[in-house]
Design a protein around this ligand. Structure first.
Ligand code: CA
Length: 224
């Protein structure tokens, strides 16, 4: 899952980026409102964390713009307690939730997970496809109750496939949701990760159903 942080205080944005990456999210950062609004419009983020007081364009304006553009990703606004902007105005502008600075990292992570859970395809915290389960909170993957060790990127890719069970995902979609902007799009990084995940979850035991399918010329999907 890919997150955009729009935050002008470098210490906070760096801390949030590192903390979210440690929780297996792909993260981009924008340091002002114009850049944030631009990135949110050209990339496919699963969630945006938006500071309200920003240079060039404030958070509430960015919310309105994104909703007017038809962007429907969850938006979590972070504001300072004594700011004049009212919570109700933020929600009216299209924000899904808000947090007041200073906040505990654990609270931010809980709200991020709750907002991602609101997607209709998600019924509970643990994702299941056949006998394969992935727990985004515990960072744990199991097949037939046997624990499987994945690298961080493999975990992120598998999570994206499982959140979209039965849907064919193109290379472009996978890049948009699993990698941040630093990826080299001409490398064969998706193919090599899929190959490695397959070895671990599909080829580990004889007779097991292959869950990850290659759809020629279109992409990949996971399905039991
Ligand atoms: Ca700020």
């Amino acid at each position: 899952m890919r997150i955009l942080i729009v935050e002008d205080e470098a210490a906070i944005s760096t801390y949030l980026k590192e903390s979210l990456e440690a929780e297996y999210f792909a993260v981009d950062v924008a340091m002002d409102g114009e850049r944030g609004s631009y990135l949110a419009q050209i990339n496919e983020y699963d969630l945006v964390i938006l500071d309200n007081q920003l240079p060039k364009k404030d958070g509430i304006t960015i919310c309105r713009e994104l909703r007017a553009e038809g962007k429907s990703m969850p938006i979590l606004v972070v504001s300072v307690k004594n700011e004049t902007v009212k919570k109700v105005d933020l929600l009216d502008a299209g924000a899904d939730d808000y947090l007041t600075k200073p906040f505990a990292l654990s609270e931010l992570l809980a709200r991020v997970r709750a907002l991602l859970r609101r997607k209709p395809s998600l019924e509970n915290d643990v994702l299941c496809v056949g006998d394969l389960t992935l727990d985004p909170k515990r960072l744990m993957v199991k097949r037939s109750n046997r624990e499987i060790t994945l690298t961080k990127k493999e975990f992120m890719l598998l999570e994206y496939l499982m959140r979209n069970e039965g849907i064919v995902l193109s290379r472009g979609m996978i890049l948009e949701h699993v990698w941040d902007m630093s990826v080299d799009i001409f490398s064969n990084t998706i193919e090599s990760h899929i190959l490695s995940i397959r070895k671990k979850i599909d080829d580990a035991g004889a007779g097991k159903e292959k869950l990850i399918k290659t759809i020629s010329g279109r992409g990949y999907k996971i399905e039991a």
